[in-house]
Write a protein that binds this ligand. Structure first.
Ligand code: AP5
Ligand code: MG
Length: 211
């Protein structure tokens, strides 16, 4: 099963993507997390990505498309995968080529702007494994112990691109560059309301998949 998750920053692609991944035992491939891992490891891709990411800009389309294409041929993707944050513009979709036709479900998460902003400013990410948490009471999930990842014990940090300025830029890029993909594939994209709690959103996704 091959799934693509679309939606603006903070819509919960990473959060719900992880729940889908656990249920169906297929990997969640977050383009942003893969680039952050490359930065941490200091690879060529990581060095290129760094300045784009920290300012909230997209990395060049050829770079990310190659990263994704190389990733999906790995053994753990043989039963499928969940793509979160790829493609992000028409050029990337074009570079992905025939593989766009092989996607079983294209799902778009929608949530109001105030909700997105609030979730993003409260987000904390594990520096070690990339797991996602939030510090605000109405957001979820919360770490059991403050500042510490439940899964691996790693330190929780606030992403460099979760400043108000970079968030605004990313949301703009989403509108200008990513929404045209949704228009192009509008007969295949299913929209869901992603404004409430993670479990409710997850159930909406399951309805689409299990229909
Ligand atoms: P990426 O890491 O993908 O970041 P993003 O696009 O900014 O998306 P987010 O991760 O912010 O949103 P999300 O929907 O995953 O939200 P989350 O689940 O964390 O990309 C980062 C950068 O990498 C890009 O800016 C770009 O530079 C580069 N990049 C990535 N892909 C690229 C590509 N294809 N091409 C070029 N460059 C690329 O949720 C947010 C918060 O809310 C969390 O704290 C969570 O705990 C909380 N939360 C989530 N859902 C709920 C809920 N239902 N109720 C309450 N709280 C919730
Ligand atoms: Mg994410």
């Amino acid at each position: 099963m091959k799934i693509m998750l679309f939606g603006p920053q903070g819509a919960g692609k990473g959060t719900i993507g992880e729940m889908i991944s656990e249920k169906y035992n297929i990997p969640l491939l977050s383009a942003g997390q893969m680039l952050r891992d490359a930065m941490k490891e200091g690879t060529e891709v990581g060095k290129i990505a760094e300045k784009y990411i920290n300012e909230g800009n997209l990395v060049p389309p050829e770079v990310i498309t190659d990263v994704i294409k190389e990733r999906i041929i790995k053994d753990d993707c043989k039963d499928g995968f969940i793509l979160d944050g790829f493609p992000r513009n028409l050029k990337q979709a074009e570079l992905f080529g025939d593989k766009m036709d092989e996607i079983d479900y294209m799902i778009e998460f929608e949530a109001p702007m105030e909700v997105l902003m609030r979730r993003l400013t409260g987000r904390r990410t594990c520096r070690n494994c990339g797991a996602i948490y939030n510090i605000f009471p109405e957001c979820a999930p919360h770490p059991k112990e403050e500042g510490k990842c439940d899964k691996c014990g790693g330190e929780l940090y606030q992403r460099e691109d979760d400043t108000e300025e970079a968030i605004k830029k990313r949301l703009n890029i989403y509108k200008e560059e990513t929404e045209p993909i949704l228009q192009k594939y509008n007969n295949r994209v299913v929209k869901i309301d992603a404004g409430d709690n993670p479990q409710a959103i997850f159930e909406r996704v399951l309805k689409i998949i299990e229909k």
